[in-house]
Design a protein around this ligand. Structure first.
Ligand SMILES: [Fe+2]
Length: 157
């Protein structure tokens, strides 16, 4: 960690940086998965789903930036390398066999829900460690993830 004049102890910063780094790896994986869905979806609702998955990709790209910049704000090094991401992401692997609109919607819903659950747990963890601002970052991302999950699940009826 870098030296900083910020009024959070090194202990607090180290604790929340670990939470943030774990979610950064997940979020970069999630970002790539949304493009995977965007590129490969087929079927009657192709265009709508192609657009929907790209829109979610755009949201997740912002999560990635917000998480990474919170790490550097706290004096850490944001590790967004693909090697680190592949090794540390806890998300389901997107299947290459995913075929058709409904299968892509279900795959995207499952991974969004998995990511959302982890982020929600991070809200409490960051609060307990003593960094309300990082808890707020996670709260914002959690709320936005829930909303994207709603958009996806609304297509599944
Ligand atoms: Fe595209």
């Amino acid at each position: 960690m870098y030296q900083s004049h910020i009024d959070l102890s090194a202990h607090v910063r180290k604790g929340v940086i670990a939470l943030l780094q774990a979610r950064l790896s997940d979020a970069i994986d999630l970002e790539a998965q949304m493009k995977q869905a965007h590129w490969n979806v087929k079927g009657r609702d192709f265009f709508q789903l192609h657009e929907l998955f790209d829109k979610i990709h755009g949201e997740v790209e912002e999560f990635v930036d917000t998480i990474a910049e919170r790490i550097t704000t706290l004096g850490g090094i944001a590790d967004g390398r693909v090697q680190t991401t592949a090794k540390n992401s806890k998300l389901y692997e997107y299947s290459l066999e995913t075929n058709g609109g409904e299968a892509h919607l279900k795959a995207v819903a499952a991974v969004l829900a998995q990511f959302g659950k982890a982020v929600r747990a991070d809200i409490n963890a960051a609060t307990e460690i003593g960094d309300a601002d990082t808890a707020d970052v996670f709260t914002e991302i959690s709320r936005a993830t829930d909303k994207q999950l709603w958009f996806v699940e609304a297509h599944l009826g």
